[in-house]
Design a binder for this molecule. Structure first.
Ligand SMILES: [Zn+2]
Length: 348
């Protein structure tokens, strides 16, 4: 039995449209009136956007309803879905804690409240009926000022029980104006022993090799094999894993053809760069992890052996997976004990 790991999933984009729409109907008059019919909402929510920036705007719709009070409601449903429909044994959930704090508070008070949010997300992710190992990645944001991003790094360092790493979100093209600042934040994070990933080399406007040495994994990174294959050698040497989220690139208009994704996988395999296949925004896309796997197979982007090596890589590069092996090998031993080989032969 195969169980999976998802290393790149946003808390905001992980709410499936049905859950979000039902929440509006039950709890939010204004949004319920804006989207009276489910089908229309699903169409609006999941349709392709023309750019990454336009696509990221949708996150603000979800962020506005994910507050300290409502987060347990959404996270319970997220964990339930991931357990029942996606066979996840491991999930790293990422978000910008500042954007879950109360908007009417001052910046100082919002920074203070971030710790409470991390605690709420951590507790809500532990659901007794749907056991899986979860951890949080706190995202700095390209729209937030330095002091807030630094507070996010400090918070990550102070809660290793709930937080495994930091990231930077908000659209990779916006890193340009403040590159030195983010380099120094990542340096600072590494000096505190915090693990790192970052949305980088996702679009052609987000290619900043200056940040690469500070990352242990790369959020997307598809432009490296596509446009800068000469960097792959260094990526392989640093053992950085690419978090590839296939559906995203077509929703954001970053890629047009599935054949481009084949180049990404082929060049990485050839260079010895690990890839973890992830969902990014499983709810927003309405595509769950096993379907990402299946799509890549049916569209001939990868074969079964390559899929398995990506699934292995996901557990190997997971920041908070506590075992040496992926769970499949543990379970296989268990199943073999229950059904010894001879019985299996005899039953055929
Ligand atoms: Zn992402």
């Amino acid at each position: 039995m195969a169980l999976y790991a998802d290393l790149h999933r946003h808390l905001g984009g992980s709410v499936v449209p049905r859950i979000l729409w039902r929440y509006f109907q039950r709890h939010d008059d204004h949004l319920a009136q804006r989207f009276p019919k489910y089908n229309e909402f699903e169409e609006f929510y999941t349709r392709e956007r023309s750019s990454l920036d336009e696509y990221l705007e949708l996150h603000t719709l979800v962020e506005s309803v994910q507050t300290a009070k409502t987060l347990p409601y959404f996270i319970y449903r997220l964990i339930r879905g991931a357990y029942i429909f996606e066979n996840l044994a491991y999930l790293e959930l990422r978000y910008t804690p500042y954007y879950r704090t109360a908007e009417h508070l001052s910046e100082f008070e919002r920074i203070e409240q971030m710790a409470e949010i991390v605690e709420i997300v951590g507790k809500a992710s532990q659901v007794k009926e749907y056991p899986m190992i979860t951890s949080q990645i706190l995202c700095m944001h390209t729209r937030l000022p330095y002091q807030v991003n630094k507070a996010i790094v400090d918070l990550a360092a102070s809660r290793p029980d709930y937080v495994c790493a930091i990231d930077v979100a908000g659209g990779d093209s916006h890193l340009a104006q403040r590159l030195d600042e983010f380099v120094s934040l990542y340096k600072y994070a590494r000096s505190l022993g915090i693990k790192t990933t970052g949305h980088l080399f996702e679009t052609t406007n987000g290619c900043y090799p200056e940040l690469l040495p500070y990352l242990m994994r790369i959020g997307h990174g598809i432009q490296i094999p596509l446009k800068y294959p000469e960097l792959l050698k260094e990526v392989a040497q640093l053992q950085q894993c690419l978090e590839i989220c296939p559906t995203t690139y077509f929703k954001t208009g970053t890629l047009e053809e599935i054949s481009q994704l084949k180049i990404v996988f082929d060049r990485c395999f050839e260079a010895g760069v690990d890839i973890a296949i992830c969902t990014d925004n499983a709810g927003l896309h309405n595509v769950r992890l096993p379907f990402e796997y299946e799509n890549l197979l049916t569209q001939d982007v990868i074969d079964f052996a390559q899929l398995e090596s990506c699934q292995d890589a996901a557990f190997r590069h997971a920041f908070a997976w506590p075992y040496q092996q992926r769970p499949a090998s543990l379970l296989t031993g268990l199943l073999k004990e229950t059904y010894p080989d001879e019985q299996l032969v005899n039953s055929h």
